[in-house]
Design a binder for this molecule. Sequence first.
Ligand SMILES: *Cc1c(COP(=O)(O)O)cnc(C)c1O
Length: 226
Amino acid sequence: MNIKNNIIALQSELKSTGAKLIAVSKTQPVEKIQEAYDSGQRLFGENKAQEMASKYQVLPKDIQWHMIGHLQSNKVKYIAPFVSLIHSIDSIKLLLEIDKQAKKNNRIIPCLLQVHIAQEETKFGFDKTEIYQLISSQEVKECKNIRIVGLMGMATLTTDTVQIRNEFKTLKEIFDTIKKGSLPLNVEMSQLSIGMSSDYKIALSEGSTLIRIGTSIFGERNYTIS
Ligand SMILES: *Cc1c(COP(=O)(O)O)cnc(C)c1O
């Protein structure tokens, strides 16, 4: 894999869309992340808090770190000082802990609510009704140190592109409906995080603003060497 060429190709594909590229660097060594950085990439996605924190320590400080994986509440403290955006809010408990840790660090942490759109039972996230309830809840209103800036979703792992498109459409409809409503001060709908290596083209045509790409930049992940 030529990391530089892959990034340049993806970035040029994104130009006309206004969407941003998150290079998903989970399991990748810092040398590969540095190579992507040297090719101009600044947004990186990780799915483990401690792995992100240790990479943050050694890599350039103008990298924007995105947490894209399921996050346990007791791990929030590792990333709260520096994380740019947490895509994977899947419980109110997690949201409250992020608010608490953000306050300790005297900052406001931007977050996305993860919505369960896939058919698979295993994927994390809220369903449609839970999202509406959450956004209008008093608990969320009182979280002064978080800002909910949009939604994240993952489509079913399938080759059926019609199904993938329908799942993205469902999420976009929820996004648009929320956007039209009256929102608490700490909620806005500006970011829609959909699309991975296998389905980002569909996601872009359905309104993605953040695509999360690992394999098409770095190649297949090797989970044994990380
Ligand atoms: C790993 C991961 C990605 C990237 O997947 P690729 O298929 O390698 O592009 C995107 N989003 C999430 C939530 C992930 O965990």
